[in-house]
Design a protein around this ligand. Structure first.
Ligand code: NDP
Ligand code: OXD
Length: 309
């Protein structure tokens, strides 16, 4: 059995070594060094070139190196019928939980205001209520959103989630679908976007949505840049409808040097590193998918191509 690897942002050697330990009898080949394409049964990839996976006629599974499969699904020439498995990993989720908790606490404790006061040598006491008085709304309660919710609940934020279909999660007020969207937004002092980018969610972070949030709400987007209507974010910040935004993802990445987000006083930019899959932990998920294929067991975390996630 053999696996081919493609990524411009993950290290082949690190994955090769992790796989050698986790699945010792698996042959692992880098993209440009595949001796026999017909022997390849697994593709472990992040945004391979358009149409290129067709080159492997015996693929049994495409294993995505990230949780989001939007970039992969842009390829309209993927091998038909081959299951696509998205990345699901404990460390990946926990890292996202930390990111969301960090920025929610920063807003809740008004750290941007404290920083401005410090720059102005201004000693002005600002009282923060405890987190249970702060309502956080998470768009998407999957692997990422679910773990973000658990991190926020651990410090007693008042947490709600919004999903496509009905969901239950202990301690979280759950909303779903179009009917649930308005009430969900109306109770989100801090809005967190952890949706996948799909035809339904493209451009969802727009002027209409911001108008339905409490005035002075905060936005944390670690989903995808494609969720953002970026001029609408700037407009909402400038009008005060949004008090601040923490953005990990952008329409164009890397963020161009002349983007107004870099210097906007109400914006925190992070370079799409809210959470990154590391082979030392994520190899378990890859090995488990391979084991399942070998054992003839159904794969888990398979993407529904039509839904886009
Ligand atoms: P999952 O597939 O586990 O969860 C997706 C969630 O989004 C589900 O709760 C789903 O609802 C909900 N959802 C999907 N479509 C809609 C819709 N139209 N309306 C309302 N809710 C919807 O994905 P993950 O949690 O693993 O990942 C989410 C995204 O996070 C990734 O696609 C990626 O874009 C981003 N990400 C970003 C990272 C970063 O570093 N910035 C790192 C990792 C991921 P339901 O439960 O009903 O299916
Ligand atoms: C992912 C990401 O989808 O890193 O995993 O964005």
């Amino acid at each position: 059995m053999a696996l081919v690897f493609y990524s411009e942002s993950d290290r082949f050697e690190a994955w090769r070594d992790a796989l050698a330990e986790a699945v010792p009898d698996l042959e692992v080949h880098n993209w440009d060094a595949v001796p026999d394409p017909a022997a390849i049964e697994f593709a472990l990839v992040w945004t391979p070139p358009h149409g290129s996976l067709r080159r492997f006629p015996n693929l049994k599974a495409i294993l995505n190196l990230g949780a989001g499969v939007d970039a992969l699904l842009k390829d309209d020439d993927l091998p038909p019928g081959v299951p696509i498995v998205r990345m699901v990993d404990d460390d990946l989720a926990k890292s996202m939980g930390e990111y969301v908790l960090l920025h929610a606490l920063r807003y809740h404790r008004e750290m941007p205001r404290m920083a401005a006061q410090q720059r102005a040598h201004e000693w002005q006491i600002v009282e923060s209520p405890t987190a249970r008085h702060c309502r956080v709304g998470i768009m998407g309660l999957g692997g990422m959103g679910g773990e973000a919710a658990r991190h926020l609940l651990a410090v007693a934020f008042d947490v709600a989630g919004w999903t496509r279909g009905p969901r239950e999660m202990s301690g979280v007020e759950c909303f779903h679908g179009a009917d649930g969207f308005g009430p969900f937004l109306a109770r989100s002092d801090i809005l967190v976007c952890l949706l996948p980018l799909t035809p339904e969610t493209e451009g969802i972070l727009n002027r209409d949505l911001f108008a339905r949030l409490p005035r002075g709400a905060y936005l944390i987007n670690a989903g995808r840049g494609g969720h953002q209507v970026e001029p609408d974010i700037l407009e909402a910040l400038d009008s005060g409808q949004l008090a601040g935004a923490t953005l990990d993802v952008f329409r164009t990445e890397p963020l161009p040097p002349d983007s107004p987000f870099w210097t906007h006083p109400k914006v925190t930019v992070t370079p799409h590193n809210a959470s990154i899959a590391h082979p030392r932990s994520a190899v378990r998920h890859v090995a488990e998918s391979i084991r399942r294929v070998r054992a003839g067991e159904p794969l888990r975390h398979v993407v529904t191509r039509e839904a886009g996630y």
